[in-house]
Every structure is written in structure tokens, then in C-alpha cells.
Design a protein around this ligand. Structure first.
Ligand code: HEC
Length: 156
């Protein structure tokens, strides 16, 4: 009987520990699908949506698109990742940074769009920072392999 009890207790505590891990983990992992997509969709897709140029088209005629207030497409995970960890690694971070750690205090020129109010911007930026995992204003060619590996930005 005692042995049975001990077995049952062990099973219960094992269950509680694994559950605890699962719950804890779920809280921490920020994903594109769950958290980031809606921020980008609300704040960015009016200029970076499916009617905007691809990065290749954009690069060929930057001035023309700027005048039309269109930036490169960021309407899907793959298109957004170009600016997070792709051909233009770090572009999203440089543009969205709030500038608080910058000597000149100037935010990136897309920070304005990350929320409608100051508090919304602070909150949404902190979500995006958690998602990216390694917030850096460096350009791709200034980063080490190890540093690039710290960028997470999971889709799901
Ligand atoms: C009102 C239109 C508009 C909105 C809204 C907007 N952007 Fe932009 N964005 C542009 C334009 C135009 C450019 C190109 C000119 C420039 O480089 O500043 C651009 C450039 C960028 C770039 C640099 C792209 C490159 O190839 O260098 C990034 C990254 C970016 N935006 C991210 C965002 C994010 C993220 C949001 C939402 C939080 C956002 N933008 C909201 C118009 C907009």
C-alpha cells in the first residue's frame, strides 16, 4: 500500500512539474502568429502591405516609392524576416528602436507607427523586442555569426 502511495505521489509531482514547465514556457515565447502579426498589420501594412513593392522592386526605385509613401512589403512572415534576419538583418530593429539608448536619443523613423499612443508604442516595442530575442542596431556586416544566431523571431 505504502509503495502504491509513493508511486502515485511521484506520478502526481512529475505531472505538476511538467505542467509547470509547459505553462511557464507558453507565457514566455513570443511568436509572429500569436503576437507580432497583429501589431505589424495594424501599424505597418498601410504602407508595407501586399500592394507595396517587393524589396527587389523597392531597391530599384526607392525615391519613387518613397514619394508614394510605400515601403517594401512586410505582409507575410517571410517578407518581414528579410528585415529581421535576412538580406537586411537588423533593419527592423534600427527603424523601430525607441532611441532611448542612443546618444542622440532619436528613435528610428518607423517607431512612430508601432502603436497609436505612447504607452501602446512602449508595450508593442517590448513585445517585438522579446520576439526578436537579440535587439541590436548593428548592420549585418558588423555582426558576428554568434550574434546573428541570437536572433530568434519564431513564426509559431
Ligand atoms: C505611412 C507609411 C508607413 C508606415 C505606416 C510604416 N512605414 Fe516603414 N517605411 C515607409 C517608407 C516610405 C519607407 C522607405 C523610406 C525610408 O527608408 O524611410 C519605409 C521603410 C521602412 C524600413 C526600411 C526598409 C529598407 O529596405 O530599408 C523598415 C524596416 C520599415 N519601414 C518598417 C516599418 C514597420 C515595422 C512599420 C510599422 C510599425 C512601418 N514601417 C510603418 C513607410 C511607412
Amino acid at each position: 500500500m505504502a509503495r502504491l502511495m509513493r508511486g502515485a505521489l511521484m506520478a502526481v509531482s512529475f505531472f505538476m512539474v511538467t505542467m509547470g514547465f509547459a505553462v511557464g514556457e507558453e507565457k514566455e515565447v513570443v511568436t509572429y502568429e500569436k503576437d507580432v502579426k497583429s501589431i505589424i498589420s495594424k501599424g505597418c501594412l498601410s504602407c508595407h502591405g501586399s500592394d507595396a513593392p517587393t524589396i527587389e522592386e523597392f531597391n530599384k526605385n526607392k525615391e519613387g516609392f518613397k514619394q508614394k509613401n510605400k515601403g517594401p512589403r512586410m505582409d507575410t512572415y517571410e517578407n518581414l524576416m528579410i528585415f529581421v534576419n535576412g538580406t537586411d538583418t537588423g533593419a527592423l530593429m534600427r527603424r523601430l528602436d525607441d532611441g532611448k539608448k542612443n546618444p542622440n536619443g532619436k528613435p528610428g523613423n518607423m517607431y512612430l507607427w508601432v502603436g497609436k499612443t505612447d504607452s501602446e508604442r512602449v508595450e508593442n516595442l517590448s513585445i517585438i523586442k522579446k520576439w526578436v530575442g537579440h535587439w541590436t542596431l548593428k548592420r549585418k556586416n558588423e555582426m558576428t555569426e554568434e550574434e546573428i544566431k541570437l536572433i530568434k523571431a519564431p513564426e509559431k
